[in-house]
Design a protein around this ligand. Structure first.
Ligand code: FPP
Length: 263
């Protein structure tokens, strides 16, 4: 009898099963506290099916819902989704207005569902520059869910990492002018309090779908020591099983934060 599980192929199979995230259980102490995701590939997903790009965004929205639920189920405390960057305004006007409507309508639909699940929704980005109706809704959603504790969902809309850092510098300079702040007293911790993620831990894991391997102006300050995970899966096809595979891969990483591992 051939012991296939001892053969290299069998071992590989065992590794793949593990990597497929089957070992990830709710409350696993090796889970990241904060996961950030660059949801990429909606347009390519649609094109492959001869659908308009907007159909890819609709499908991507469903994936965002499913992955948010999976985070809540597993006990992950923070999830940040990159929904619209400061550079995305360069897209055709029609696609931009489709996305603005999609944000508006989907938030109207899912907020009460997420609120019932004890999910806090926050927005990071230059939200004051969005259509006024959307800006007003975002404020309302943040206020409605402000006391929720199970999971914090940050939606990055009109977000840019450089813009966030410049915004933080502006606020800090303003404070310096008002309170005669001495430059040498400024620390990294103090500076981070002026960022849009103030009070939240930095992402432990950043996932980018669709095969692109870059950061694209996302959480530039906060990802200094974040583990990166890239997959060629297009965002609408990204499943809870693949999400758990990313978490399983994260568990195998040795995080040293520039130091060395003791022992
Ligand atoms: C990137 O794919 C995707 C976007 C710029 C939009 C992401 C928005 C959603 C998934 C909707 C989620 C909404 C909420 C409220 C969470 P792409 O269009 O750049 O794809 P491509 O690179 O294949 O063209």
């Amino acid at each position: 009898m051939k012991l296939s599980f001892l053969s290299p192929k069998g071992l590989l199979y065992g590794f793949r099963r593990k990597a497929a995230g089957q070992t990830i259980q709710p409350g696993d102490p090796g889970l990241p506290t904060h996961v950030a995701i660059i949801m990429d590939g909606n347009g390519r997903w649609a094109r492959k099916r001869n659908f308009p790009r907007t159909a890819g965004h609709e499908a991507g929205l469903q994936t965002a819902r499913v992955i948010t639920q999976e985070c809540a189920r597993l006990g992950i405390k923070y999830l940040t989704l990159y929904a619209f960057s400061t550079e995305n305004w360069k897209r055709p006007k029609q696609e931009v207005s489709f996305l603005m409507n999609l944000f508006y309508q989907s938030l109207q639909q899912v907020t009460s569902e997420l609120h019932d699940e004890d999910v806090r929704i926050r927005f990071i980005g230059n939200t004051d520059q969005l259509p006024p109706k959307l800006t007003a809704l975002l404020k309302q959603v943040e206020a409605q869910t402000a006391q929720n504790q199970r999971l914090t969902l940050n939606l990055a809309i009109n977000y840019g990492g450089r813009s966030e850092i410049v915004g933080a510098v502006r606020k800090m300079v303003q404070k310096a002018l008002e309170e005669r702040l001495e430059p040498e007293t400024i620390t990294e911790e103090q500076f981070a309090r002026f960022l849009l993620t103030t009070g939240q831990p930095d992402p432990d894991l950043l996932i980018r779908t669709s095969g692109e391997q870059r950061i694209s102006n996302f959480m530039l300050w906060q990802t200094a020591y974040t583990e990166l995970y890239f997959t060629s899966t297009l965002w609408p096809d990204f499943s809870p099983a693949e999400f758990r595979a990313a978490l399983a891969a994260y568990k195998t990483r040795s995080r040293r934060f520039g130091g060395i591992k003791e022992g």
